[in-house]
Design a protein around this ligand. Structure first.
Ligand code: ADP
Ligand code: MG
Length: 250
C-alpha cells in the first residue's frame, strides 16, 4: 500500500466503470484526508454521481482500488454496510419525513431502532436531547423544531436532511448538488454550514454553482469524461485551459 493510501480516509485509484460499452469512470484517482472538505465539479455526465455510487457500494467498479481508512475495500461492501462504516450520503432530492416535526425527524435518525410509536411516547435521555438541540442549531432550524417538516422550504429540507445524516455520526459525508433549487441566501448559508461540519468530518460536495464552490473555499477536483481533469483551488482550476475548454467556458 502506498503512503498516500495509508493516511487517507478515502482513496480511489485506477477506477473504471463501463455501462453498456460507455466508459462512465475512466482510470479515476482521488485521495481525501481525514477532516478535509473537497468540492467536485464538472460537466453533466462527467461521472460525479457514479463516483459517489461507487464509494457508497451502490455501483461496483469493473476495476480499481476504493479504500476507506486506507484499509477497508469498499468494492466488497454493499450500501448498508458502507453506511454502517460511517459513510453518509445525501442525494439531490431531500427525503425527510414530511408528516413529522423537524425535531422528530432528527430524533428518528438519532435512534434508528426507535419506532414512530416509541418516538411519540417514550422519554428521551438528556444526552439525546442535548444532541438534538446541538444539531437543530447547526442546521439553522432551532426556531422551527415543532413545525412539520412539510412546512419547510426546499433549502431548509436539505438542511434537515443534513442534520439527519449527522445524527448518525458519519465520518464521511457525501453531498450531491445541495444548492440546487435553493435561494441565493440559502446557498450561501449552506456553504457556511458545510464549513462548520468539515474538520471533524470529511465532506465531499458535488456542485455546479460556482459562487457556492467559491464560498466553500476548499480544494476543487474537476471531473471530465470519468477522470480527473484538474485539481487545485477554484482560482487555479478556473485558469486551466483544459477546464475552460471542457466546462467553464461553455
Ligand atoms: P454526473 O453526475 O457527473 O452528471 P453521472 O455519474 O450521473 O454524471 O453519469 C456519468 C455517465 O454515466 C452518464 O453518461 C450516464 O448516462 C452514465 N450512467 C450513469 N449511471 C448509469 C447506469 N446505471 N446505467 C447506464 N449508464 C449510466
Ligand atoms: Mg450527478
Amino acid at each position: 500500500m502506498t503512503v498516500q493510501a495509508a493516511n487517507s480516509i478515502l482513496y480511489l485509484d485506477g477506477v473504471n466503470k463501463t455501462f453498456d460499452g460507455f466508459k462512465a469512470i475512466n482510470n479515476l484517482a482521488l485521495v481525501l484526508q481525514k477532516g478535509e472538505m473537497r468540492a467536485i465539479i464538472g460537466p453533466n455526465g462527467a461521472g460525479k454521481t457514479t463516483m459517489m455510487d461507487i464509494i457508497t457500494g451502490k455501483t461496483r467498479p469493473d476495476e480499481g482500488d476504493v479504500l476507506f481508512n486506507g484499509e477497508i475495500d469498499l468494492t466488497k461492501e454493499d450500501e448498508a454496510s458502507v453506511a454502517r462504516l460511517g459513510i453518509g450520503r445525501k442525494f439531490q432530492k431531500p427525503t425527510v419525513f414530511e408528516t413529522h416535526t423537524v425535531e422528530d425527524n432528527i430524533l428518528l435518525s438519532l435512534d434508528q431502532k426507535r419506532g414512530v410509536f416509541d418516538m411519540l411516547f417514550a422519554t428521551r435521555t438528556a444526552k439525546e436531547q442535548a444532541r438534538i438541540d446541538e444539531l437543530l442549531a447547526l442546521i439553522r432550524l432551532e426556531g422551527r423544531r415543532d413545525e412539520l417538516a412539510s412546512a419547510l422550504s426546499h433549502g431548509q429540507k436539505q438542511w434537515l436532511e443534513i442534520g439527519m445524516l449527522l445524527a448518525q455520526d458519519p465520518k464521511v459525508l457525501l453531498v450531491d448538488e445541495p444548492a440546487a433549487g435553493m435561494t441565493d441566501a440559502e446557498t450561501m448559508e449552506t456553504a457556511k454550514l458545510l464549513r462548520e461540519i468539515a474538520g471533524e468530518r470529511t465532506v465531499v460536495v458535488v456542485e455546479h454553482d460556482m459562487e457556492f464552490v467559491e464560498a466553500l473555499g476548499v480544494k476543487v477536483t474537476v471531473l471530465n469524461e470519468g477522470s480527473v481533469l484538474a485539481e487545485g483551488s477554484l482560482e487555479q482550476v478556473s485558469k486551466n485551459p483544459a477546464v475552460i475548454e471542457s466546462y467553464l467556458g461553455r
